[in-house]
Each structure stands twice: as structure tokens, then as C-alpha cells.
Design a protein around this ligand. Structure first.
Ligand code: FSX
Ligand code: SF4
Ligand code: F3S
Length: 385
């Protein structure tokens, strides 16, 4: 769609949303008041809107629309379900001592049901869920965190006094949802629960419902990718452009390696050989101590976490590929280059063992050879200097 048309559609949609009642039931009347209370000026908010517009890969003409979308976040009811996981996805937004604008906007979103933040428990909590699904039938956004035990193993995740399984709750909530997001790698791809031998037969959300699911992976995903997904939906109301794994390309269109701050050292053949060595002190590339940035699609190297303060590679550990399918199996050992794994598996008869995971390793290996070759050539160039 042409930019002009996109802009006009977003404008029309925001106008329609504005005429809806604000259903958020927090202390603050509106986003303006909420930001003021937290000492955030209008100017800071507009700077945030500019950064978020760029994050969503939209031109700067959309900045006022992004700001407006954030202001209207209280008009969209959100139901957030927890499945089998560590709650890191929610924590990535909520555990901030100085709340970022992202977390404030998330707080302002009308969370009709979210087990971590709601006050209700027991029967009342279950009633809240049933009420939210009925009251906002056909209007709510469903966000699901966690892998979901399925089939004969559904009972491994049994929730609350009614004894429903997680899979049952997810299926029921998906039926009348306007849009569905799998938040985190567990919900997107199964995550740690689905790692070999996957004892509970944990599945991604997309295998539990037959409705379209937008995957927002990462273990955890960044606050920007979660809030950006909601804002994108508010702005356009349609599926964003997705990659082969149903991840929005605005967030997962580039490799970690493409924009990594240590990339110059990779190209120059300057590698950390072991943690704590002189190369580590000099901020050299972490490829040889296991960085999976060359095979991982996410925007961590561009945006960082915790209000841009840091991200795994900046903190000194390689990327472990946490936004990729089956990364617990395909990307480990996390502190060894993937090329080592290629060598080991090639001599361990991997071809005879055709599970989905091992096929994943073989496919990945084609890229691994290229990267390993690049790393080796870079190292040779370096040695000749
Ligand atoms: Fe944890 Fe979410 Fe990882 Fe999974 O994040 S951070 S185990 S993606 O489902 O809580
Ligand atoms: Fe950065 Fe890792 Fe790529 Fe090195 S291998 S440049 S540390 S992403
Ligand atoms: Fe995950 Fe790698 Fe980003 S480990 S948080 S995708 S840097």
C-alpha cells in the first residue's frame, strides 16, 4: 500500500477510535495526566513518539499519529493470558524502577485480564476472564505468554479452581479476539518448555488456534517490541508485514549482527577468545565465545533493553539467539561458536536422525559455514597485519 493511503487509513482509524469510550480504569484520566504525574514532559513524549515511529519503520510524517495512537491505547481492551513460562515477558515491561514511557503506555492500555498485575485471585479472577471475553467479544486483543502443553499432555498445565487447561483457555480466548499476539519465544515457538525432549508436548500458540497469530518472540521480548505491536495494531488494525516465522518485519527484519556495536571488530578479525581476556576488555567481537548474532533476527542491537541502557552483547555475553525457533536446542552450547556444533553433529550421524530440531541444525549450518568462513578469513587478515 502507498504511504499516502496508509497515512489516510491510520488517520481515519484513529478518528473512529477517538469516538469510542475510554475503557481503561486506572487512576489517571488520560495519558497526558499519567505522563505528567511521572515527571515526563510533552516534549519527552513527542521524542518517544518519534523514536517509536522509526522503530515501526514508518516515515516521520507518522509521528503525530503514533503519539495519538498511544493516547488512545485505553480504548482497546487487552486480555493477556499466562501459560507455561517464567513471566519474563511481562517483567520486561513491568519491572522498571523508573518507568519508561513504554511501560507507562503499557500500564495505560486497558488490560482487562492479566494474572500478574490484577488484584483479583481465585474464583474472582476466573470470573473476570469470563466477563472480559463476553463484554468485549470481537473487540479485544489477545496476548498470550508461554508455551502450551497440548494433546494428551494438555493437563500438565491446569489453571485455577475450574480446572481448565491452558490450551482450553487459549482456544476459548482466541475464538472472539480481534487480533492475536504470541508474546515471547515460548508462546511463539514453544520455548524452553518445548526443548528436547519436550516432556509436556508444549506447543506454540499458533498450533493451538487456527486463527492468525503474530509472533513477538524473544526470551523475553523487548518492551519496544511489545508496545510497538499494540501501537501498530491501533494505527492500522491489520496484520503487519510478517516474515516466514510470522514475526513483524519492522522488529525482526534484520540480524543482530547487522547493527552490532562490535561488528567492526568482527570484520577486523578481533575476537574475544575466552571470557575475561584482553579482547573482552577491549570490547572485541564475541563470535568465538558463542555469539549467535549472525543467525538471529531481532532489533536488540539497534534499540537495546531498559531504555536503551544495555543489551546482551553490550553486557559482554554473546547473543544466544533467543528470538529464533527452537533456540534452546539449535543454538546451544551457548558459549561455543555454532561452527563447532556443525563439526560435532556432522560426525554424529545427524542425517540418520530426522527430527524437526536436527533438520533445523542442518539448515542453520549452511549459514554457519558462511559465517565461520568469514570469521576465519577475518582472522587470517588480522594475523597478516
Ligand atoms: Fe520467560 Fe515469557 Fe522466556 Fe518464555 O518470556 S522470558 S521463558 S520467552 O514466555 O516468561
Ligand atoms: Fe556482534 Fe556477535 Fe556479530 Fe560479533 S558475532 S559482531 S558480537 S553480533
Ligand atoms: Fe535475545 Fe540475542 Fe537479543 S539473546 S535479547 S536476541 S541479543
Amino acid at each position: 500500500m502507498k504511504q499516502d493511503q496508509l497515512y489516510q487509513n491510520a488517520l481515519k482509524r484513529l478518528g473512529e477510535l477517538e469516538s469510542l469510550p475510554d475503557i481503561q480504569n486506572k487512576d489517571s484520566k488520560d495519558v497526558k495526566e499519567l505522563l505528567e504525574k511521572n515527571g515526563i514532559s510533552r516534549r519527552d513524549f513527542m521524542k518517544w513518539a518519534a523514536a517509536m515511529t522509526a522503530t515501526l519503520a514508518l516515515p516521520s510524517s507518522f509521528i503525530p499519529l503514533t503519539a495519538k495512537a498511544a493516547e488512545l491505547a485505553g480504548r482497546i481492551p487487552v486480555v493477556w493470558l499466562h501459560m507455561a513460562e517464567c513471566t519474563g515477558c511481562s517483567e520486561s515491561l513491568l519491572r522498571s524502577d523508573a518507568p519508561s514511557i513504554d511501560s507507562l503506555i503499557f500500564d495505560y492500555i486497558s488490560l482487562e485480564y492479566h494474572e500478574t498485575v490484577m488484584a483479583a485471585s481465585g474464583w474472582q479472577a476466573e470470573e473476570n476472564l469470563t466477563n472480559a471475553l463476553e463484554t468485549y467479544k470481537g473487540q479485544y486483543i489477545l496476548m498470550v505468554e508461554g508455551g502450551i502443553p497440548a494433546g494428551d499432555s494438555e493437563f500438565y498445565l491446569t489453571i485455577g479452581a475450574l480446572g481448565y487447561t491452558g490450551a482450553y483457555n487459549a482456544r476459548e480466548a482466541a475464538k472472539d479476539a480481534k487480533a492475536i499476539f504470541a508474546i515471547g519465544t515460548c508462546s511463539s515457538f514453544g520455548g524452553v518448555q518445548a526443548a528436547n525432549p519436550n516432556p509436556t508436548n508444549a506447543m506454540p500458540l499458533s498450533k493451538i488456534t487456527n486463527k492468525p497469530v503474530i509472533n513477538v518472540p524473544g526470551c523475553p521480548p523487548s518492551e519496544k517490541n511489545i508496545v510497538g505491536s499494540v501501537l501498530h495494531y491501533i494505527l492500522f488494525g491489520v496484520l503487519p508485514k510478517l516474515d516466514a516465522y510470522n514475526r513483524p518485519t519492522w522488529a525482526y527484519g534484520h540480524r543482530i549482527h547487522d547493527l552490532c556495536e562490535r561488528r567492526g571488530h568482527f570484520d577486523a578479525g578481533e575476537f574475544v577468545q575466552s571470557f575475561g581476556d584482553e579482547g573482552a576488555e577491549n570490547g572485541y567481537c564475541l563470535y568465538k565465545v558463542g555469539c549467535k548474532g549472525p543467525y538471529t533476527f531481532n532489533n536488540c542491537s539497534r534499540l537495546g533493553f531498559n531504555q536503551h541502557t544495555s543489551w546482551p552483547v553490550k553486557a559482554g555475553h554473546g547473543c544466544i539467539g533467543c528470538s529464533e525457533p527452537n533456540f534452546w536446542d539449535t543454538m546451544s552450547p551457548f558459549e561455543e561458536p555454532l561452527g563447532n556444533k556443525l563439526y560435532a553433529t556432522a560426525f554424529n550421524g545427524i542425517g540418520a536422525d530426522k527430527t524437526a530440531d536436527t533438520i533445523g541444525v542442518v539448515l542453520l549450518s549452511a549459514t554457519a559455514i558462511g559465517i565461520a568462513a568469514h570469521a576465519a578469513i577475518s582472522a587470517m587478515v588480522k594475523n597478516k597485519e
